[in-house]
Design a protein around this ligand. Structure first.
Ligand SMILES: NC(=O)c1ccc[n+]([C@@H]2O[C@H](COP(=O)([O-])OP(=O)(O)OC[C@H]3O[C@@H](n4cnc5c(N)ncnc54)[C@H](OP(=O)(O)O)[C@@H]3O)[C@@H](O)[C@H]2O)c1
Length: 255
């Protein structure tokens, strides 16, 4: 039987691309998303010739995260790879943003990551095998004014990944953190940053980001920052995101 990979937040963007690459490597896929686009993604990924299982739920809720885990577990198979990818951004001034929107970032990027990691680790450690990827961000490594909750939420993901990796070192389960720079998905538009400088600046190529992430995962590397690009021409350099973040007013959302 083929091996199984689960990837959260995978109807589009980096998650979909990682799913596509893992499918091409022969992994069956358990995928998730909030909207019914996840079913289109299933249809698209099935063209690769692997089995694809799609789950639709809001990863901001306990039931949404638990549901994706139970759905995957109920397939009755070992989970060989878990990519904890789902994450949302939120642009704008902290003083203006609504508290419930800040909490939603924390629910998906922090609580949801811990929740799914708990289930995956408790499944993989007894099997003495498994690969986990936590999708963080270069935002984890720098102040992120006007993304003042998002960046720290990704810093949590990075440090969580590093800590878990050390703790699981002798268990046969690896943990890899992926720290993309700005990448050409709908992420910034979804974060309300369609008019920001960062959404209009140079971005990393989605496929290259995903491919490098999968390569790092398969080699059980500890983390991959996109400043370590293997094909520099495909990348805006990692540091180009920093000045954009530091001249904050450019990240203000107009209108
Ligand atoms: N793109 C970047 O510049 C960038 C840079 C650094 C790090 N990252 C990180 O990379 C990861 C993926 O980002 P991306 O660029 O691929 O973002 P994206 O294009 O906005 O991701 C979209 C995917 O996430 C799903 N999703 C969004 N909200 C969800 C929710 N509440 N519940 C379940 N699924 C949800 C979407 O499903 P629906 O469409 O059905 O809602 C879709 O499958 C995130 O963790 C992000 O922080 C991105």
């Amino acid at each position: 039987m083929s091996k199984l990979a689960m990837i959260s937040g995978s109807s589009s963007g980096i998650g979909f691309e990682i799913a596509r690459i893992l499918g091409g490597m022969g992994y069956d896929l358990a995928i998730s998303g909030a909207s019914d686009k996840i079913h289109d993604a299933k249809t698209e990924l099935e063209k690769i010739g692997v089995a694809v299982y799609a789950f639709q739920a809001d990863a901001a809720t306990y039931d949404g995260v638990e549901g994706f885990w139970q759905f995957t577990k109920d397939l009755g198979r070992n989970v060989d790879i878990a990519v904890l990818n789902v994450g949302i951004g939120l642009g704008g001034a902290f003083v203006d943003n609504r508290l419930e929107d800040d909490f939603r970032v924390i629910a998906i990027n922090i609580s949801g990551t811990v929740h799914l990691a708990k289930r995956v680790v408790q499944h993989m450690v007894p099997n003495k095998a498994g690969r986990i990827m936590i999708v963080s961000s270069l935002s984890a490594t720098t102040p992120t004014p006007y993304e003042t909750v998002y960046g720290p939420s990704k810093a949590f993901g990075f440090m969580f990944s590093e800590s878990l990796r050390e703790e699981l070192r002798d268990t046969g389960v690896s943990v890899t953190a992926l720290l993309p720079g700005a990448t050409n998905t709908r992420f910034h538009k979804n974060a309300g940053m369609a008019t920001s400088k960062i959404d209009h600046g140079a971005k990393n190529d989605l496929h290259v980001v995903a491919q490098q992430g999968v390569d790092a995962l398969m080699q059980s590397e500890d983390s991959l920052r996109h400043s370590r690009s293997r094909s520099p021409k495909s990348y805006s350099t990692a540091s180009t995101t920093v000045p954009h973040r530091l001249d904050g007013p450019d990240l203000r959302i107009s209108g």
